[in-house]
Design a protein around this ligand. Structure first.
Ligand code: ZN
Ligand code: ZN
Length: 580
């Protein structure tokens, strides 16, 4: 089945879900029911609360109704008729009011009528009764705003056949166990506070270690390639964004601040405009080109409360941002450098990357800034690099932004899920808007181009991905606690402290478990905390100046001298090898 057919199938199932719910609870008010990735949902206001235990009953009803369904008949209706059909349902009435001007249609399948603009499969007979399943429920504010009523959202999964559904459900079950929202709290990496607000994660000491290690890694990769760190304030006058065009583009998402002098400021939703002003501070000779700025910093977006989710969707986002200001003849080399950084970075996590080139549509030249030659050259460069890298890049015609083509990297995690991660974006617009140039060999002003090159994109989102990818068991180089020492009794406390100091002096991240608990319990808890190494020390180890090493996931490695252990773990850490 083709992708758009799957979308139609999933949306058709949302109708079926609503029909079943209304038969079971006739006083329910239904809101909306779109198709989503892997399935569909429908939002309801139930007369009395229902629970996930009701889902099998609803599912059964759906299969029963499905037998009597065939075509989805779409009919144009007047506003009056629509109001009559959906009287008493404030959600549909609100939608009717909104869409009245563009025309209203209802869709009828079996005896069930819904307000809908279409997008169904030809016949409900194409829905396989064993290829869908209601998966879970969640609260969802009407239209995503916390000012509105909280509705009950019922989610379903749907695929072209039973096998695909089962595969998906299996992965979902594993993903649930790895959910970063739960694991992140269990491993004490981050927290949320009602006083601070939704979508604003707070980073604990352990979480901060992981963030800094990721950032150090990226800086290490960039520094070797001539990047320099810059720093910028988190707010700006309106003027900067009027000039960059972001005042209009980000409109509702922009967090605005009014000063006591009534000046309007905004929290930055991105860093590029600020960085242009660092570049523009002085004229640059062609000899100083390119200029490469690296800046890990937070940006702020006014996301709606209902859209927020763990670390995946937040209001304060850390970007490991980088911008390169380059001459046209330097584009290839600079993109290659960024691509190498992306390869090295994601390689360390064992993420295979897929590459997509977002290109312009040559049939619609007027849509793009810059000459066709510029575009063709830039796109040929991207193709050449992909070829040199021996990757098959998918080409997406017409997907480029008006200001330049782009390379998207998609990572596949240990559960086979795909995540859009890094991008390299060529930008001919911002240098135009801010009049950015260098002085070339002939003493003339030459327009430069800008490359946007965040590697993780959002640190928060990347962390949510790797927490689930590793199921919390970070490789040694990234583990917030690399080693825990478990003395078998108080008697060996001094020896344990001595070892701890030696490990700390060697630059390792170590904890000492001095509780009056059995070693067995200490080992179990260390495993739950996903600490890579547990060192058990007692009489034998103290006498021989050794440690008994237990490796996460492997078990007992036996006793080895302390120096040898330090040497081994440092080597493992330097290799940045992923254990998965
Ligand atoms: Zn529909
Ligand atoms: Zn940028």
């Amino acid at each position: 089945m083709k992708t758009d057919n799957m979308e139609q199938l999933r949306h058709s199932l949302a109708h079926l879900l609503a029909a079943a719910v209304l038969e079971l609870w006739p006083d329910t008010k239904r809101a909306i029911g779109p198709a989503i990735d892997n399935g569909f949902y429908y939002d309801f206001e139930f007369p009395q609360p229902i629970s996930e235990e009701d889902l099998p009953k609803i599912e059964e009803k759906m299969r029963e109704i499905l037998k009597s369904w065939d075509k989805f008949e779409q009919t144009e209706v007047s506003t009056e008729e629509a109001k009559k059909i959906f009287s008493g349902n404030p959600y549909k009435l609100e939608l009717i009011k909104e869409y009245a001007a563009s025309g209203l249609t209802t869709v009828k399948s079996g005896d069930f009528v819904d307000l809908c603009r279409g997008g169904h499969i030809d016949s409900a007979k194409d829905i396989k009764p064993d290829a869908f399943k209601l998966t879970h429920m969640a609260g969802a504010y009407w239209r995503g705003s916390e000012k509105n009523k909280m509705l009950t959202r019922i989610y379903g999964a749907a695929f072209e056949n039973k096998k695909a559904l089962e595969e998906y459900l299996k992965i979902q079950e594993e993903a649930k166990k790895r959910d970063h929202k739960k694991l992140g709290v269990d491993l004490d990496l981050f927290t949320f506070s009602d006083l601070v607000g939704a979508g604003l994660p707070l980073w604990t000491p352990k979480g901060t270690i992981v963030r800094n290690l990721l950032d150090d890694f990226i800086w290490d990769l960039r520094q070797k390639r001539g990047y320099q760190k810059v720093e910028i304030p988190h707010i700006t006058k309106k003027d900067l964004y009027e000039k960059s065009g972001h005042w209009d583009k980000f409109a509702n998402e922009l967090m605005k601040i009014e000063t006591r002098e009534k000046h309007l400021f905004a929290m930055k939703p991105m860093n590029c405009p600020h960085h242009t002003q660092i570049f523009a501070r002085k004229p640059h000779s062609y000899r100083d080109m390119p200029q490469r700025y690296s800046n890990t910093t937070m940006v702020y977006r006014d996301e709606q409360t209902g859209e927020l989710s763990g670390l995946s969707r937040v209001r304060a986002i850390t970007q490991d941002d980088a911008h390169v200001f380059a001459r046209h003849n330097q584009i290839k080399e600079e993109i290659l450098k960024i691509w190498d950084i992306v390869d090295e970075f994601y390689g360390a996590f064992g993420f295979p990357l897929e590459v997509r080139l977002s290109l312009h549509d040559p049939q619609q030249k007027e849509k793009y800034l810059g000459s066709p030659k510029l575009w063709n050259d830039a796109e040929d460069t991207l193709r050449e690099i992909a070829k040199g890298k021996k990757v098959t890049a998918l080409e997406a015609l017409g997907e480029a932004a008006f200001y330049g083509p782009k390379v998207d990297f998609v990572a596949r995690d240990s559960l086979g899920r795909q995540w859009q991660v890094a991008t390299i974006q060529l930008d001919m617009n911002m240098p135009e808007r801010f009049d950015l140039y260098c002085i070339n060999e002939n003493g003339e002003q030459e327009r430069v181009v800008m490359l946007h090159a965040a590697t993780m994109g959002s640190t928060e989102r990347f962390l949510s991905i790797i927490i689930e990818h590793f199921a919390g068991a970070f490789p040694v180089w990234l583990a917030p606690v690399q080693v825990i020492i478990a003395p078998i009794s108080d008697k060996f406390s001094d020896y344990a402290k001595k070892i701890k100091q030696e490990l700390v002096d060697a630059g390792l991240r170590v904890e000492l478990d001095e509780r009056q608990e059995s070693v067995g319990k200490k080992i179990r808890e260390a495993e739950l905390q996903k600490i890579p190494y547990t060192l058990v020390v007692g009489e034998k180890e103290q006498t021989a100046n050794t440690v008994a090493v237990r490796k996460r996931g492997t078990g007992d490695l036996g006793a080895i001298p302390v120096e040898k252990f330090i040497q081994n773990i440092q080597e493992e850490s330097q290799q940045k090898k992923s254990s998965q």
